[in-house]
Design a protein around this ligand. Structure first.
Ligand code: PCA
Length: 233
């Protein structure tokens, strides 16, 4: 579940075109039959956007294994852009995450029955890493396209934050010139929300459209826009 801090980091590598975009989605967890993150991500496997090709990978909802699967996919594909996607049941919007924190604190078991409490994702790692995606520009483009979206300032402390931290730690400690990465939480599908009256949801069609916008914005926008994505609490 934990991995050692590697130091010192090797010099940055530079990757050549054609560009590869890695999208990951999670397997279902907690009594759900499906996970919208994988349902949406798999739709974009093979999508060619400009000079880039999208590769979709399924990752397990298991502490440790999720990061191992992500890093294996990064080693295989050597992508220039990595977007990890996960379900946030109860959220009403498509939410790019701002920050990954170095803590696993499970309120429910992962798919192997693990429930770590206050364990670092990476012992000795920094407290947090910021997403290197243009999250504000992304939210602006999503809203302009009619997709409800906001910056989220917490990815929680379960497997999504875990893989997000693992991703950003890899990018920080094994730098690749131009490589960017981050995490996006997405709502329930309507079919899932129907079991929880009052819970918000988003159609698969809208999620796929939103993911396309997230990818194109990440490829096109180098410097994020200065717009608030803050919250009072
Ligand atoms: N959502 C969970 C883990 C897997 C997923 O899709 C989370 O938010 O941590």
């Amino acid at each position: 579940m934990t991995r050692k801090l590697k130091s010192p980091p090797p010099p940055p590598r530079s990757l050549k075109p054609p560009l590869r975009v890695l999208l990951t989605g999670f397997e279902p967890f907690e009594q759900e039959a499906r996970n919208p993150s994988w349902d949406a991500v798999r739709e974009l496997d093979g999508w060619k956007v400009g000079r880039a090709t999208v590769h979709a990978r399924l990752v397990p909802c298991i502490f440790g294994d999720a990061i191992d699967a992500l890093l294996a996919a990064m080693d295989e594909l050597e992508p220039q852009l990595v977007l990890c996607i996960g379900q946030a049941g109860g959220r009403a919007e498509f939410t790019p995450e701002r920050v990954a924190i170095n803590i696993d604190d499970a309120r429910t078991a992962d798919n192997r029955g693990q429930e770590p409490i206050d364990v670092p994702v990476v012992p000795g790692g920094p407290a947090a890493y910021f997403s290197t995606l243009p999250i504000k520009a992304m939210v602006r483009e999503l809203r302009a396209a009619g997709v409800p979206a906001s910056v989220s300032n917490s990815a929680g402390t379960f497997v999504c934050n875990h893989i997000f931290y693992g991703l950003m730690h890899r990018i920080a400690t094994q730098p690749v010139a131009g490589l960017r990465g981050g995490f996006i939480h997405i709502p329930y599908l309507p079919e899932q929300a129907a079991r929880f009256p009052g819970a918000p949801s988003m159609s698969l069609e809208t999620m796929v459209k939103a993911l396309r916008i997230a990818v194109t914005t990440s490829l096109a926008v180098e410097h994020d826009v200065a717009e608030t994505g803050g919250q009072l609490h």
